[in-house]
Design a protein around this ligand. Structure first.
Ligand code: ZN
Length: 247
């Protein structure tokens, strides 16, 4: 699901070359499993549609938001006949506004995130240093704090993969599909070029950890996984949009 778009100077994303500005998608993924539903990232808060400066503060100077009513994650889910308040697991890659901003809408889910990311979000100084805002993620969810890899349904089909570096406890998600394994990288890797060139954005939590995570993503790709990058507008053109499925 595309839950809005963000435009910024391409340098903000570490995009190669001098491309001026770049508009990138804000993805969210619904995973339907016999044991329950899981959402991977929740996009931006709907207030961002009408008052981006009020919601994002200084980040509204960095990012132009294109985000229409109905594109918030609960609206996208409703168009699939899925009630946002009945999603079982809310898996956050990390706590940035374009990944956890819609958490409030997924109100009854178990909240699955890396313990390191949760801890960073609880420490106001660390949260601020990483660009986290409590109004995105402080909504009383029951946290399921994981430390490293975590098999969500106990059958190997949906596995959290630690890919630290972009933020203290960033994680990606591996999903076993009929067509083979898929890895939703989120911001461990914005674009295909990030993986090919190890071209990091200028602002990351820990560059060495992020490079190590990119090498692990490369190894999984070389072993046959299909990678879906965090904000790659070129790749996104070919990604099936719900209700179509990635298979
Ligand atoms: Zn991020």
């Amino acid at each position: 699901m595309t839950c809005g778009w963000l435009t910024a100077n391409s340098g903000v994303f570490g995009a190669p070359g001098d491309a001026g500005t770049l508009e990138v998608p804000v993805p969210s993924y619904l995973i339907v499993h016999p044991k329950g539903t899981a959402l991977f990232d929740s996009g931006m808060h709907p207030t961002t549609q009408t008052d981006p400066a009020g919601r994002l503060g200084g980040l509204a100077k960095v990012f132009d938001v294109r985000f229409a009513a109905g594109e918030e994650v609960s609206g996208r889910l409703a168009s699939l006949d899925v009630d946002a308040t009945r999603v079982d697991y809310l898996v956050n890659s990390h706590l940035h506004f374009d990944h956890a901003g819609g958490n409030e809408l997924i109100s009854n889910a178990r909240w699955v995130l890396q313990k390191r990311e949760w801890e960073a979000g609880q420490d106001d100084a660390v949260a601020a240093a990483n660009g986290f805002a409590r109004h995105d993620y402080d909504h009383g969810h029951d946290p399921l704090l994981v430390d490293g890899e975590h098999d969500l349904f106990g059958d190997g089909s949906v596995v959290c993969l630690p890919t630290f570096g972009h933020t203290p406890g960033h994680q990606s998600l591996r999903v076993a599909l009929p067509g083979g394994p898929v890895i939703l990288t989120a911001d461990a890797c914005y674009f295909r070029e990030t993986l090919e060139q190890l071209a990091l954005p200028p602002v990351v939590h820990d560059r060495e950890e992020m490079i190590a995570s990119l090498h692990r993503l490369r190894a999984w790709r070389d072993a046959g996984a299909r990678l879906f990058f965090g904000h790659d507008p070129e790749q996104w053109k070919g990604v099936p949009q719900a209700p179509a499925k990635i298979v």
